[in-house]
Design a binder for this molecule. Sequence first.
Ligand code: NAD
Length: 450
Amino acid sequence: MKIAVIGTGYVGLVTGTCLAETGNNVICVDINEDKVTMMKSGQLPIYEPGLDVLFHRNIDQGRLKFTNNLAEAISGAQIIFLALPTPPGGDGSADLSYVLGAARDIALLIQDYKVIVTKSTVPVGTADKVKDVFKANLSKDIFTEGQNLGDWVDIVSNPEFLREGVAVEDFMKPDRIVIGTLSERAKRLMTELYTPYVRQGNPIIYMDERSSELTKYAANSFLATKISFMNEIANLCEVVGADVDAVRRGIGSDERIGKRFLFPGIGYGGSCFPKDVQALALSSLQVNYDFRILNSVMEVNDLQKLVLVEKIKKYYNNNLKGKKFAIWGVAFKPETDDIREAPSLYIIDELLKQEALISVFDPEAMENVKRQIGDSIIYESDQYAVLENADALIIATEWSLFRNPDFEKVKGLLKSKVIFDGRNLYDLQKMIEEGFYYNSIGRKIIDNES
Ligand code: NAD
């Protein structure tokens, strides 16, 4: 099939590349000219494990192309994916200007039937808004009074559930594919496109557009709720002297609860959960529904992002001036270079306000951090170099290479043997043996100094 993908961010580029992998001819379009130039010359603009192999193979075999010319991208395409940003607008609800703007630009160009697929995360009712944009902007030569919009265009909601860090795997073998449309014609085309990805029997779930749009927000909000719930349990563990690891194992073995997503930490971040939970809460309010749980989920998360800073302040009697902290990990989670809404950035910001000195190391996200916060902190290209003369180590992202470090080296480089771990990477007994002061989330503080 001939496919166009509008927007080549984490979702669009993975979608385009993975659709080319099953034999489709894909043209990806982006308004960012630097990005398009990079991709045309065979360079990936993002870090995503496994993407490079598929990206190069499909470019080499001529199935994956890039352009900044929308007309070129959509001419001949049967299906057009919108993988555009939906950031929080001024009031926190999803800003649909990218999606509706692109819909208008496409409407002005099309000359034959197309399926328009919204892959961006969009509030309930967006498909109807996109339809209105097409009705208002299709050329009067092809779309005349009394004609059926469906003769020219079908609007499909197809939310994306991929996770950054395992995006390729998630796209190639999705748990499920949700297709929101009542058009049989669009349904047939979408089914044909996606069948290669569900050969192991995972379902394609068909529904109306509104249910499909809400499914994505419901999924992300549920997962965020699970995280905030576990963070509250962890905080309570610290107060009552319980161990969150034990509690986690104790509840996770109940199939109704499940083992995944039960790890406490320093709050959820990234480009999706924070904005999607907020957008669902706000869009509910707009229809006079107060989604009470979500307000608590957000409140808990805001506090949790600074839980490590509170521990640090307490340890240093509220005097962080001139203290040097080494931070391992800035990306909002491992295996990505994405730092959007990363909890680490909130920690850095707060420590800088307290006049502390900060040096950081992240295996993939350093360039993005430099772009965002510049030279207010020190960047090191090595996980050990960053420790030199630091008063303490802070762990903010659970990259694999931090899991089993050379503790002798760590002790030799740090000024004091102090670790604040926001990801619970180390065994408490090991920390006792290594002689660290070790403060993690929802577990006993190991205080070898006292
Ligand atoms: P992104 O910011 O990484 O990428 C968006 C891209 O669109 C950018 O390259 C930008 O230059 C381009 N763009 C903007 N306007 C354009 C236009 N008019 N024409 C062509 N290109 C244009 O965004 P993302 O993380 O890929 O997210 C896209 C959507 O998918 C969002 O709605 C997001 O909520 C949703 N989503 C994201 C993830 C994720 O893990 N990142 C997962 C599921 C769903």
